[in-house]
Design a protein around this ligand. Structure first.
Ligand code: CTP
Length: 416
């Protein structure tokens, strides 16, 4: 099968031109070049994917260097793995690697790599659907499908290439689930048997906590992560993420609600974080801190997790007909991720949260410290209290301009 027309019709023109250009360089230098992996899988199912992975039967870094020069890009190399990233002036990235075999010394070890043919390179990969390549040199666009990836894509199977696959790289167990749910496929029977053996042999214990966290984050980045999380639990993988995580009715409803609310949510929000808060909803503060240390979460995630536990009481009690200043003060230090999480969790605060975002979040105080100085109010720590009170009065409609604000200060704070 030739994919030239599919690339032409399903990817932006600049990507097609880049692939042509990479192919021409390969021809000139006699280095066979291929585009491989997820790009091909998604090309064949009609899903947008602009992650370009190039594999060459030759020296990957040198080849990347030539391409960088030709297209005026920057290059970052990882000499240890024989890989490089070329970054175009507009930020678009292309990965380059030498076709290689990988040898794993023990389950979960980082592999020792050796140069090899494209077929060997495809054979070392996780699943048949990810083991296809398209030629950029020679017969441009020709599909290289040595392991029936196209058939498994057509019938919807996640299938490993050899029996040691999960042993070599136990993170593939999470990847299998992620692809199964993303494409609505099934993990093929023998693959699932081997996966279950790998779970019971505890191969995931050899994997660093950071790598497990990365897999969790990849799952949480999916459009609808819940089915994959449930499948992770069903297959006995959840305890390797952390033994204190449980999935039950409330968590399922939270995930569903976040999905629903996020459709009409226009704030810049890291949904991975929102789903993480939902997943860890039942943990108390001390357990949450323990988990964030164990999974080596970045401070952005740890801080939000801690804030979610600390602020929850306050937020849950926001009820009834509230003054603007109460709403403002409840939400002012809360990130959009936390707002969305709390909205999913507490129906009673949804209206107030949306009102905060749409109506009052961006209101600026009429009065500043400079105004207080100008009218001769003695400088001191009380400034912030005065300004807070004035701002609350402004939010609640008691004052509406600078003159009224200054009168309010005079009446409430100037001693006779
Ligand atoms: N790969 C693998 N084993 C892994 C990780 C990756 O064999 N544990 C191979 C697969 O061939 C995969 C390619 O490396 O297609 C690129 O990996 P990655 O970027 O993680 O996945 P994509 O295929 O691009 O898929 P997606 O990002 O959509 O999950």
């Amino acid at each position: 099968m030739n994919c030239r027309n599919l690339i032409l019709s399903n990817t932006p023109e600049f990507v097609y031109n880049l692939l042509i250009s990479i192919g021409k360089s390969g021809e000139k230098t006699g280095v066979p070049a291929y585009v491989v992996g997820g790009f091909i899988r998604d090309l064949l199912v009609g899903r947008r994917n602009l992650d370009i992975d190039i594999v060459v039967e030759g020296e990957g870094i040198n080849f990347a260097r030539q391409i960088a020069e030709k297209i005026n890009g920057k290059i970052k190399t990882h000499d240890q793995f024989g890989t490089a990233v070329v970054i175009l002036p507009d930020g678009f990235k292309i990965d380059f690697a030498t076709a290689r075999t990988e040898v794993y010394e023990y389950p979960g070890a980082l592999p020792t790599v050796n140069p090899a043919s494209i077929k060997d390179d495809l054979y070392r990969r996780d699943f048949t659907i990810n083991s296809m390549a398209v030629k950029l040199t020679g017969d441009f666009g020709e599909l290289v499908d040595c392991f029936n990836g196209q058939r498994d894509l057509k019938y919807g199977y996640i299938r490993i290439l050899h029996d040691l696959s999960f042993q070599d790289d136990p993170t593939r167990m999470f990847r299998a689930v992620r692809y199964e749910k993303r494409y609505d496929f099934s993990i093929e029977k023998h693959t699932q048997e081997l996966l279950q053996q790998a779970v019971s042999k505890g191969y995931l214990e050899n994997i660093s906590r950071q790598r497990i966290r990365n897999e969790l984050f990849l799952i949480l980045s999916e459009d609808n992560p819940l089915p994959a999380i449930q499948r992770v639990e069903e297959l006995g993988l959840l305890k390797y993420i952390h033994p204190c995580i449980e999935i039950y009715g409330d968590i399922i409803s939270l995930f569903d609600k976040i999905g629903e609310l996020s459709k009409s949510w226009d704030q810049e929000t890291d949904l991975v974080l929102v789903y993480l808060l939902a997943l860890l909803d039942q943990l108390h503060l001390d357990k949450a801190i323990e988990l964030s240390e164990d999974l080596v979460l970045q401070s952005k995630y740890t801080d939000a997790l801690i804030a979610s536990k600390i602020k929850i009481h306050n937020i849950s009690e926001l009820n009834g007909n509230l003054r603007n200043s109460i709403i403002y003060n409840a939400f002012k230090d809360i990130s959009s991720e936390l707002v969305l999480y709390f909205m999913a969790k507490f129906e009673n605060i949804r209206e107030a949260a949306l009102y905060y975002i749409n109506e009052i979040k961006d209101i600026k105080p009429i009065l500043t410290g400079r105004d207080l100085l100008e009218v001769g109010y003695p400088k001191g720590p009380i400034y912030s209290e005065i300004l807070d009170r004035v701002f609350s009065a402004q939010l609640d409609g008691i004052i509406s301009d600078r003159k009224q604000a200054l009168e309010y200060v005079k009446k409430n704070f100037f001693k006779e």
